[in-house]
Design a protein around this ligand. Structure first.
Ligand code: GTR
Length: 386
């Protein structure tokens, strides 16, 4: 029995095999009763671009903060950047590799994070960059960060350790959370950030760093993440509009997949297996997906009009590939309202046939991983839009 089926069994749930490319599954949208991104909470319709930008976007962002991910603190921290190592002839002379220690301080509390950047040599600087938190430190082998390939295509690649921001434990003591606690506080409040929020905060702080690094073009940054880091990349990209492109690889539940389909990982499962990932309010929606005022197509829409790329693995049933595609599809009206090409189709593409519209999407052969195939599609996308 595989890990996925065992997880379901432990939770007393039955395995339902989704039917990839089954037209019925793809198109019974009415049954999901998805909230409409273009209808305000009071029932009024968003009539133009201006209303979306000035009012509806803020309303939705608030709903996601209160009910799903929790608020990321916006209070300033004192930061110090220290280059601890620089090798101008890294990767056989093709790149400069820098290691930077970032110190974050608030009051008496402090944490450090280490950032590593590969910048291609022999190209004009500043260069566009991909940034992310690789899943490696989980002992997780399925997240490939192919420095050489990225350098060869003219991009910088910046990575940091997710554990420096939050080690993925449920006590909220060893990462960034304590920096923002009020007197006597020991854990986030019901509507405050969990671990995914802390990882997103880390990505946003890396964006702050780029503003001080003349090798990196802060106007051409793609934030990318796989799986749990794909959830964090989306949430970072939504909260910080300085990211020019947002890429979410096999991010599943609380990433790109629609909650209301309840295929693969569900709200209850994620809250039970990872009670610290989302905000405490999110637990109210266990088995109550239809009460949630949002769904993930609306999260994707919050990236608009910036290009966003969602990708699935054909066998990655736990992440619900069809649900990931449908989020992209139902974000389309917002992208269109803002004058972009949106997804450009309403049909799920065939395996390994990427869509490169303002909303990018592909479903690749194979399962849950970040592969070289995925990376090259993301770089094709960046070539088009960065
Ligand atoms: C799984 C989790 C998923 C996904 C994945 C990963 O155990 O259920 O939501 O985040 O971990 O990060 O690899």
């Amino acid at each position: 029995m595989n890990k996925f089926k065992r997880k379901l069994m432990n939770l007393g749930l039955k395995y339902v095999k989704p039917r990839i490319h089954d037209k019925k599954v793809q198109h019974i949208i009415k049954d999901y009763n998805l909230p409409d991104p273009l209808i305000f909470q009071n029932g009024e319709k968003v009539i133009d671009k201006k209303q979306w930008i000035e009012k509806r976007r803020a309303e939705i962002l608030h709903l996601f903060k209160e009910n799903v991910y929790g608020k990321i603190p916006t209070e300033a921290v004192e930061t110090n950047y220290n280059i601890i190592n620089e090798d101008k002839k890294a990767l056989n002379g093709f790149a400069t590799r820098k290691a930077i220690k970032i110190t974050f301080r608030r009051g008496r509390r402090q944490i450090d994070a280490k950032l590593q950047i590969y910048v291609p040599n022999n190209v004009d600087r500043p260069v566009p960059a991909f940034v992310g938190l690789p899943n490696w430190w989980l002992g997780y082998k399925r997240s490939l960060w192919p420095f050489k390939h990225v350098i060869q295509r003219g991009y910088a690649l910046a990575t940091a350790r997710f554990g420096d921001f939050d080690p993925n434990s449920d006590n909220f003591k060893n990462g960034v959370h304590p920096l923002f606690y009020k007197e006597g506080q020991t854990r986030p409040l019901e509507n405050e950030w969990g671990t995914i929020g802390a990882w997103s905060w880390g990505l946003i702080e890396l964006m702050n760093y780029f503003e001080s690094d003349s090798d990196i073009d802060q106007n051409r940054i793609a934030v990318l993440g796989h799986s749990r880091m794909g959830k964090a990349a989306l949430w970072a990209g939504v909260n910080d509009e300085r990211f020019s492109i947002v890429i979410s690889n096999n991010s599943g539940c609380c990433g790109a997949a629609l909650f209301r389909r309840k295929i693969g990982e569900t709200i209850k499962m994620i809250n039970e297996c990872f009670p610290h990932w989302l905000c405490f309010n999110f637990k109210k929606y266990n088995n109550r997906e239809f009460n949630l005022p949002v769904d993930q197509h609306i999260l994707i829409a919050l990236v608009a009009p910036r290009p966003v790329y969602i990708a699935s693995g054909q066998d990655d049933i736990w992440a619900d590939p069809i649900g990931e595609f449908l989020s992209a599809k139902h974000a389309d009206p917002v992208y269109k309202l803002l004058g972009t090409t949106g997804l450009g189709t309403d049909k799920m593409p065939k395996i390994n046939e990427p869509i490169m519209s303002t909303i990018g999407y592909h479903i690749r052969q194979g399962g849950h991983k970040l592969s070289l195939y995925d990376w090259h599609r993301y770089m094709d996308f960046a070539d088009l839009y960065l």
